[in-house]
Design a protein around this ligand. Structure first.
Ligand code: FES
Length: 155
């Protein structure tokens, strides 16, 4: 992911006509480009959109995908919604946390492990997303394969 800079943030704001009612779209664009929204960017958006910082914070906190901490190079999401839970996502999450020696919401060794609430892949539960790609019927062995593949693909 690229590093966040104020000029690019300003260009994104201008691209949306500096309209405060388009804050969600502006935040989505920033997250797509940079992967997260630092405090400085929240301050800048509040200034440039003539909103309070609390307004911007409120929207950022409402949406799960608006991270306020820099993610790792790799993002691994494990579905925690009902269909996946029924098919073992809790056990899979325990395995992932043990294997990666981290908890959900943590970032370590360039990997961010996150919960997600339905990937639209319920028929193939439990579902996992690795760097934006969804995988179904993931058990512990398949999870380990996905991690190995992800690590070997790292330049
Ligand atoms: S509940 Fe997990 S993909 Fe839908």
């Amino acid at each position: 992911m690229a590093k966040i800079d104020n000029k690019t943030t300003s260009k994104i704001v201008v691209q949306y006509g500096a309209k405060p009612e388009l804050l969600v779209q502006i935040l989505q664009t920033i997250v797509m480009r940079f992967g997260w929204i630092p405090e400085d960017t929240i301050r800048q958006l509040a200034d440039e959109l003539n909103l309070s910082r609390a307004d911007v914070h409120g929207v950022v906190q409402y949406y799960q995908d608006f991270r306020t901490e820099e993610p790792g190079k790799h993002i691994v999401k494990i579905c925690q919604a009902e269909a996946c839970q029924a098919m073992g996502s809790r056990a899979l999450t325990d395995h992932a946390e043990k294997t990666l020696a981290m908890n959900l919401h943590d970032t370590k060794d360039d990997i961010t492990l996150e919960p997600v609430y339905c990937l639209g892949n319920c028929a193939c539960s439990p579902a996992v997303m690795v760097n934006g790609r969804t995988y179904g019927r993931v058990d512990a062995a398949r999870f380990d394969e996905l991690l190995a593949g992800m690590r070997s693909a790292t330049p």
